[in-house]
Design a protein around this ligand. Structure first.
Ligand SMILES: C[S@@+](CC[C@H](N)C(=O)[O-])C[C@H]1O[C@@H](n2cnc3c(N)ncnc32)[C@H](O)[C@@H]1O
Length: 318
């Protein structure tokens, strides 16, 4: 069981955003501080790094990081969307905002937090252990139709309906309290052919992803955070996001593409009447993926996708 988190696409993230001495950066997902350390080194003594994470264990790691950080630091234990709103209300101007989405390896590998289908543990999956909603509540209380929709939408699991039916059948006999019991229900729901056809992936992977996303309102937080992060950026500021599945990546891609778009008048209009000019220059025409070397060293990096954009100063066209 690992108690560290290896930062994903770290070199690419630093190259893309080029943190410079004296700048102000916001790391919305401090985690184990892997990216934060690299950024802090670049910001230097005149720079400021605001770190956000909703997990109290991340706050403890931040205390240690802050003691040695070469720049000014601050921590907000909040949902990053709330953290960004607070910083906006304080009038902070940021040069860079980072989002490294999802859970850290430390969270996944801390058995009792119930994020992993590899260990038997209480069904929990809360990044913020003080929030009320946990995985056990979703699995035991949501109606079959709602569960099926969750597994299909957030897990992109074609067997979502079958799995939801099996969960509801089993919980009539007694509640499903552990990750092991959830894995058993998923496996029982799948025909043998489906169990074999997961391309090496675990058959519970998609359902666990779906439940985790719902427990932590991950997509809602991301949707709220992106415009707030953009608002916080000064001219020439950079926004960089690392996603780990298509539901996240699609949202980041759409958001950045929308900012980078200019005139939206129909092509047969002789002159532009919308007056829209691009606000962003895309720094990644396509999402950057980890190299095979990185994936060999850190298999969890495999699905990481990095996108970024620069905020154009008013009047500058991309
Ligand atoms: C992938 S890890 C970040 C790892 C970090 N970049 C590093 O190099 O160590 C994601 C972290 O973001 C936090 N997180 C995820 N969603 C969050 C949200 N909506 N608000 C605040 N923190 C969040 C998780 O608790 C976790 O610690």
């Amino acid at each position: 069981m690992s108690r560290t988190h290896v930062p994903v696409l770290a070199g690419e993230l630093i190259d893309l955003t080029a943190p410079a001495p004296g700048e102000t950066a916001v790391d919305c997902t401090f985690g184990a501080g892997g990216h934060a350390r690299l950024v802090a080194d670049r910001l230097g003594p005149a720079g400021t790094l605001v770190c956000i994470d909703r997990d109290p264990a991340a706050e403890e790691r931040f205390e240690e990081f802050a003691r040695e950080a070469p720049c000014e630091t601050r921590f907000l234990r909040l949902d990053y969307a709330d953290g960004l709103a607070l910083l906006r209300d304080e009038g902070l101007g940021a040069d860079i905002v980072y989002l490294d989405l999802g859970v850290s390896s430390i969270q996944v590998d801390t058995r009792e937090r119930g994020f992993s289908y590899s260990y038997d543990a209480p069904l929990d999956m809360r990044m913020d252990p003080e929030q009320d909603l946990d995985a056990r509540t979703i699995v035991n209380e949501w109606e079959e139709r709602r569960l099926a929709r969750l597994f299909r939408r957030y897990g992109e699991d074609p067997n979502g309906q079958r799995i939801a039916r099996e969960i509801v059948r089993r919980r009539k006999r007694g509640s499903i309290d552990t990750t092991g019991e959830l894995v058993a229900a998923i496996e029982a729901a799948l025909p043998a052919a489906a169990r074999r056809s997961f391309g090496g992936g675990h058959p519970a992977k998609r359902v666990f992803q779906a439940v985790r996303i719902a427990v932590n309102s991950e997509l809602e937080s991301l949707e709220r955070a992106l415009p707030l992060a953009w608002e916080l950026l000064r001219a020439d500021g950079r926004l960089a996001a690392i996603s780990f599945h298509s539901l996240e990546d699609r949202r980041v891609k759409r958001f950045l593409a929308e900012r980078a778009r200019g005139c939206v008048c129909p092509p047969d209009f002789p002159v532009c009447v919308c007056g829209r000019t691009p606000e962003a220059e895309l720094l990644t025409a396509r999402a950057l993926a980890p190299t095979p070397g990185e994936v060999a060293q850190n298999p969890r990096a495999k699905s990481g996708r990095l996108r970024g954009a620069r905020k154009l100063p008013a009047g500058e066209a991309a």
